[in-house]
Design a protein around this ligand. Structure first.
Ligand SMILES: *[C@@H]1O[C@H](CO)[C@@H](O)[C@H](O)[C@H]1NC(C)=O
Ligand SMILES: *[C@@H]1O[C@H](CO)[C@@H](O)[C@H](O)[C@H]1NC(C)=O
Ligand SMILES: *[C@@H]1O[C@H](CO)[C@@H](O)[C@H](O)[C@H]1NC(C)=O
Ligand SMILES: *[C@@H]1O[C@H](CO)[C@@H](O)[C@H](O)[C@H]1NC(C)=O
Length: 405
């Protein structure tokens, strides 16, 4: 680019931004009033996320907001950062935020909001993305979902909601892609209408108090990629899903007695996370022949009745980061387990694993080999005695020194 042309471009863009600042992007008074009311219900903002929200400035220039062409606020993105202890907001969710009638995105995740979701939110018919996950919202989830014909992402996980899944959620069926209600105190049965969600990609109902059987029609969720129903009180039968391929599945710690790893899991060629802990699986691990193990990152088969060896399975993966198989009857020589370099977490506690502890454990982040039949000197590592307790004849730090024979 010639220097002259570059200067010309710089001048053009400068004047464009100057023009934008003066005459474009003027905040609508209803939006400003709603935002200032929202701010006045915030009791803590230690990192100053809202410090430039001031009555005498243009709200379209405030941080965390986006104004559309009509100069109405369309998006509010105020997610906290769980790893930054100062970046959060606390307070209640002002009902006056519903002044911002053109909002299509509200992200308030990972803050400390408490109290209910205001009923006035039903005015925001343009919403496609509502993320209130990771707060302290409580009460029942409002039953106003027929007001949101465009909603694609609904994330309410990690709060303190009680009651059932409201019936009006059914009206989101044609479009909704993400339904995340995990880690609340929701109860009741999983409603039949869930199977109408033809576009659903991700369903997270984990760590709640859901009970009873899953509706038979659950198998109509053919597009589902991520399914997490772990830690509820669901019972058999688990329907055979007709999914094209599942990417991540967690059914751990319900009251299922699956017997085997389901066929639709074994045949998935894109699965990366499989968690079936405490699912009543009773099989030889050597007999499991997953169609493709290449993408596996996480496998959790803890607390089942699995026998045989994990050597072939672990050896067939290339990216495995976590393998948990605590509380089974696995019986193999640990010296022969070839750990992929990607492996970070290994839990084989409470099995019948024998042989000695290989040097390759040194690179792991977490390890538990307690209550097996291991023997010999432990390689020097950072793991505590608890990781090696209850074995036949392990010795050396962190356990008592080996006796010289
Ligand atoms: C599930 O799909 C079958 C056909 O594939 C259909 O007959 C049935 O009505 C569907 N059920 C629901 C609840 O959508
Ligand atoms: C592990 O895999 C390698 C090649 O991928 C193969 O040569 C080796 O025999 C396997 N070992 C076991 C114990 O299955
Ligand atoms: C290791 O496993 C044992 C038995 O499963 C369990 O009691 C213990 O809490 C585990 N320790 C760690 C550090 O995970
Ligand atoms: C475990 O395997 C190692 C190496 O293959 C072998 O030297 C050792 O004897 C085996 N231990 C047992 C108890 O079979």
């Amino acid at each position: 680019m010639s220097p002259r042309y570059a200067l010309f471009l710089a001048l053009v863009s400068l004047s464009f931004f100057a023009y934008r600042n003066v005459s474009a992007a003027r905040c609508h008074p209803d939006d400003k009033a709603g935002l200032l009311a929202f701010k006045s219900d915030i009791t803590e903002d230690p990192s100053g996320m809202l410090s430039d929200w001031k009555a005498d400035t243009d709200c379209c220039q405030w941080k965390a907001l986006f104004c559309g062409l009509t100069n109405r606020v369309q998006s509010i993105r105020l997610g906290g950062q769980p790893d930054n202890p100062k970046r959060y907001l606390s307070g209640t969710f002002s009902p006056l935020l519903s002044n911002l009638v053109q909002l299509d995105q509200i992200i308030l995740s990972n803050n400390r909001f408490s109290g209910p979701i205001p009923d006035s939110l039903r005015r925001l018919n343009e919403l496609y993305d509502l993320d209130l996950s990771g707060n302290r919202f409580s009460g029942e989830i409002p039953n106003f979902w027929d007001s949101f014909p465009k909603l694609l992402y609904l994330r309410l996980s990690n709060n303190e909601f009680i009651g059932g899944i409201p019936t009006s959620i059914a009206s989101l069926a044609p479009k909704l892609m993400y339904l995340e209600l995990g880690n609340n105190r929701l109860s009741g049965k999983i409603p039949e209408f869930i199977s109408n969600f033809k576009a659903l990609d991700t369903l997270d109902l984990s760590s709640n108090l859901f009970s009873g059987v899953l509706p038979k029609s659950f198998k109509n969720l053919t597009k589902i990629f991520n399914l997490n129903l772990a830690r509820n009180n669901l019972v058999d039968p688990f329907p055979d899903l007709a999914v094209k391929g599942i990417e991540s599945l967690d059914l751990s710690y319900n009251k299922f007695k699956l017997g085997k790893i389901p066929k639709w899991v074994t045949s998935s060629t894109i699965i990366y996370s499989l968690k079936l802990a405490g699912c009543g699986i009773k099989m030889r691990l050597d007999d499991w022949k997953p169609m493709r193990t290449y993408y596996y990152d996480f496998i959790d088969l803890s607390d089942n009745e699995i026998t045989g060896s994990a050597i072939k399975l672990v050896n067939s993966t290339e990216e495995l980061a976590g393998f948990w198989a605590s509380g089974n009857q696995l019986k193999f020589n640990l010296s022969d387990l070839k750990m992929p370099e990607s492996l970070k977490y290994l839990d084989l506690s409470r099995n019948q694993v024998f042989g000695s502890v290989p040097h390759s454990i040194v690179g792991l982040e977490k390890l538990n080999l307690s209550y097996n039949s291991l023997c010999g000197k432990i390689p020097t590592s950072k793991f505590p005695a608890e990781a090696f307790a209850g074995n036949a004849c392990l010795c050396g730090s962190p356990l008592p020194a080996c006796r010289i024979q």
